[in-house]
Design a protein around this ligand. Structure first.
Ligand code: FMN
Length: 170
């Protein structure tokens, strides 16, 4: 049986939700990570992905301005920095430096990969669509990288209070 509720109440039941971190170069020249739940692959050929970024975020201007971004899948061991990147703004500080996050230069674009992540995708910005208070950025994947440890698990949000964990088969 179904009970009608508000959109907000319904969405509190969406978890677990996979997390990504998008990294883009801002106008000061620093690489700025933002934690995102709203991500989806959108094409096989060419490979394309989409992320949804609120206009209010520092990352919104950084992605538009640089025209490219890395999408990183944080591992289950990256809880602390994933929460930090999702609660602090690059307007006020250098988040990667503050967390001493290990990075390596991207191969095809002007951004950085997160060394301890499960996956890093290098994306060139191809389109932007306004959807309410967020913009959907569509990126074409021009290089993909995986962690040498194939057993490393992705990090998910598991509740509406930013609880985070890997998910395991039941
Ligand atoms: C688990 C989690 C998921 C989030 N998902 C999104 C998202 O999909 N889109 C978005 O715009 N902000 C999202 N945020 C909020 C941003 O990460 C947060 O506002 C961040 O501090 C913005 O950083 P910036 O100002 O440096 O861009 C999320 C935060 C967390 C912790």
């Amino acid at each position: 049986m179904q009970r009608e509720v508000s959109y907000g109440e319904a969405m509190r039941r969406k978890y677990p939700e996979p997390i990504v971190i998008a990294i883009s170069r801002d106008s000061q020249g620093k690489y700025n990570p933002i934690t995102l739940g709203w991500f989806m692959p959108t094409s096989h050929e060419p490979p394309m992905v989409a992320i949804s970024v609120a206009f209010a975020r520092h990352s919104y201007g950084a992605i538009r301005g640089s025209g490219c971004f890395v999408v990183s899948f944080p591992s289950e061991h990256m809880k602390e920095e994933t929460l930090f990147f999702g609660t602090k703004s690059g307007r006020e500080l250098d988040k990667l430096a503050a967390m001493k996050t290990k990075i390596q230069q991207a191969k095809m674009i002007d951004s950085v990969l997160l060394e301890d992540a499960v996956v890093n995708l290098e994306c060139i910005l191809k389109a932007e669509l306004t959807t309410g208070d967020h913009a959907i950025f569509v990126g074409q994947v021009v290089a993909a990288h995986v962690n040498a440890d194939a057993a490393l698990r992705r990090l998910y949000t598991i509740d509406s209070h930013y609880g985070m964990s890997a998910v395991r088969p039941v």
